[in-house]
Design a protein around this ligand. Structure first.
Ligand SMILES: *[C@@H]1O[C@H](CO)[C@@H](O)[C@H](O)[C@H]1NC(C)=O
Ligand SMILES: *[C@@H]1O[C@H](CO)[C@@H](O)[C@H](O)[C@H]1NC(C)=O
Length: 198
């Protein structure tokens, strides 16, 4: 309990803040790794979409939508994408060429946004810009044309696909409990240290 009594209070505060920050990061770690800034996706081709995310956020599936910065409207790409799969291919047909597209990864039922991609462009396969190579082992989702409010999601992944994320889930849950336990213990310990300084 008196372990921290020799440590200046400012250091404790910093330590505490960084501990909180790292926990927050672990909780919300979810990044679209392709497309990235400047990537050009091609019409008439399958383009690989990839992401990485933390394991402790309880997100086992999400919905993907595509939008543009300068134009209203959403293209509903895929529903219930299994989060553990890490990638799918997006086949584009006659999607308007532009350089201000971005992807939204969210729960479209609750409206909770998990992450967004960087801004990327969509062009024609006749242009020579580098495309992202499709992943032959991943499912392919096809979308045609621009935003259309009458369209539903182009693809809904089957519930069984969500099972991908299930093995070892109990272990993850367990380690999460331990993490919270450790956090509480450290917090109590620090509070004890802080009190001896007052
Ligand atoms: C989205 O949110 C709703 C309502 O909170 C929830 O019932 C559903 O399971 C969530 N969907 C996914 C894929 O997590
Ligand atoms: C694309 O590549 C072809 C053949 O390699 C070349 O002839 C053409 O000029 C290139 N187009 C552009 C826009 O760079």
């Amino acid at each position: 309990m008196h372990l921290f009594s020799a440590v200046p209070r400012g250091v404790l505060t910093l330590l505490f803040a960084s501990l909180l920050l790292s926990l927050a990061d672990a909780h919300s770690y979810f990044i679209v790794t392709s497309p990235t800034q400047g990537t050009q996706l091609q019409n008439g081709a399958a383009n690989r979409i990839t992401w990485i995310k933390g394991l402790l956020d309880d997100i086992d599936a999400f919905d993907v939508e595509m939008s543009r910065l300068s134009v209203d409207g959403l293209i509903l790409v895929a529903r219930d994408v299994p989060a553990g799969s890490g990638s799918f291919n997006l086949f584009l047909q006659d999607v308007p060429s532009a350089d201000d597209y971005y992807l939204l990864f969210l729960n479209s039922t609750s409206g909770v946004m998990f992450t967004t991609s960087s801004r990327f462009s969509i062009g024609d396969s006749s242009s020579n810009a580098t495309a992202t190579e499709p992943d032959s082992s991943a499912p392919t989702v096809t979308i045609s044309g621009g935003p259309n409010p009458l369209n539903d999601f182009a693809t809904t992944f089957p519930p069984s696909a969500n099972g991908v994320a299930m093995p070892g889930w109990k272990a993850i849950e367990g380690s999460k409990g331990q993490l919270i336990g450790l956090f509480t213990a450290m917090m109590l310990c620090m509070a004890g240290g802080a009190f001896t300084l007052l």
